[in-house]
Design a protein around this ligand. Sequence first.
Ligand SMILES: [Zn+2]
Length: 313
Amino acid sequence: MLTAGVDIGGTNIEVGLVNDEYKVLDRAKKPTPKTGPKDVVKAIVELVGSLKEKPLAAGVGIPGAVDGDTIVQVPNLANWDADFDFVAKLRKALGIPVAPGNDANVGLLGEWLAGAAKGYEHVLGVWMGTGIGGALILDGRPYTGSLGAAGEIGHVVVRAGGALCHCGRRGCVEAYAGRERMSETVRALQTAGRKTKLFDIEDEEDKPRPTSKVWAKALDDGDEVATEVFNEGVEVLGMGIGSILNVLNLERVVIGGGMAEKLGKSLARRVREATLPWVMAPNPKLEFVPAGLGDDSGVIGAAALGRAAVVEA
Ligand SMILES: [Zn+2]
């Protein structure tokens, strides 16, 4: 059975045509419309229509809180109207079953079915990109919590009264380890007189903001300010992950997202080093690994949601 996996990101919508072995047979992408959910539906219909075969169902990863078929909140997409019945409208426009999920949960689902979490029963997925996303596999099944919002490791508070987070509170992991916040911190240090090449690299790479690629390059070049801010981010992330491990006694931490894609194994190793001092009972089984499917974990996980909507219907 062929299903479409749709990964709605802050920058692009990516669509893949996925088979039962979780292989991506065809793909398409376009920039995410900034004009609200109606145009997002239109863009998805065009992308799915451009695939070489028509899928029987579609799953959609959305950067927001998703409870069943209800999109509760989408803070990171411009002009998103929560009253717009996105899933019903998309279902009607595509003419096939559609299942939505939170993007981090969908990404870990992909990794669990076909990537770095395959065969594991107790897993934390940490997505390091613009922000910090998280997701859980508990007792051998995806765990999304009572309102679909479980796994938000980015908003675990590690420093009471600390740095301001985009969620409006202070001291969250994301306020230190999210790429956007790290870039803001580097900018503030530059304004205060420190020298950094981060924004020169951004210009050289012709990017609108310091992307993961720009960050990876700055770190590779040994940029002092970028390295300092990044190290602090990883330290804080380790505290957050350590606390989660103490609560849930997990066996595997999968590190994904744009930063992991660029930094790979070395990032997983560094996060492990930052986490272990905060873990109460050392677990010999515990491993930290980079995501195995790269950019495709969201598309493959979303396709699996679409498949489940047909198979379980
Ligand atoms: Zn927060």
